[in-house]
Design a binder for this molecule. Structure first.
Ligand SMILES: [Zn+2]
Length: 156
């Protein structure tokens, strides 16, 4: 994995590009590799492309980058890029593994079929697969929810 050196968004911003799909020699272990391994096992194939994961330290930077303009969702996969809320690195840190895995499910599918085809898949399929593949990530309070936001935004 590569840590992006030059921030392109309001600071502070850190992005990691997960390259295991194309660089199997990258050291294994750690949160990202566990999530990648889980998604590849459940989805039944490797990632088509490396995935960039953005982790944001401020709600403003996160909202500016995630395609929704909102800091409410815990994670958003937008045009193949996984964006993670700063809440996942604070009080809700225990949710990080499942939310990251959930978002990687979306990124995995987008990587194989493209963002345009992806938006035509029904949300029940995309979200159901991501929740199942992540062991419940993003669905902690699903019974209380009435509507899914666009761009696969996960619940706060
Ligand atoms: Zn989702």
């Amino acid at each position: 994995m590569i840590i992006e050196a030059a921030p392109r968004r309001p600071p502070p911003f850190v992005a990691r590009e997960l390259r295991r799909a194309h660089a199997p020699s990258v050291a294994r272990g750690g949160l990202e590799n566990n999530a990648i391994t889980q998604i590849e096992a459940v989805h039944g194939r490797r990632f088509a492309h490396p995935v960039t994961v953005g982790a944001y330290a401020t709600p403003e930077a996160y909202a500016a980058a995630n395609g929704l303009g909102s800091a409410v969702p815990m994670g958003v996969t937008f045009v193949g890029r996984v964006n993670l809320s700063p809440k996942l690195f604070g009080l809700q840190h225990q949710r990080l593994p499942a939310i990251l895995t959930h978002e990687l499910s979306h990124a995995h599918i987008q990587g194989w079929i493209g963002a345009n085809a992806y938006i035509h898949l029904p949300n029940w399929f995309k979200e159901g697969l991501a929740v199942m593949a992540s062991g419940g990530g993003g669905a902690e309070w699903s019974a209380k929810r009435k509507r899914k936001p666009q761009f696969n935004a996960e619940s706060k």
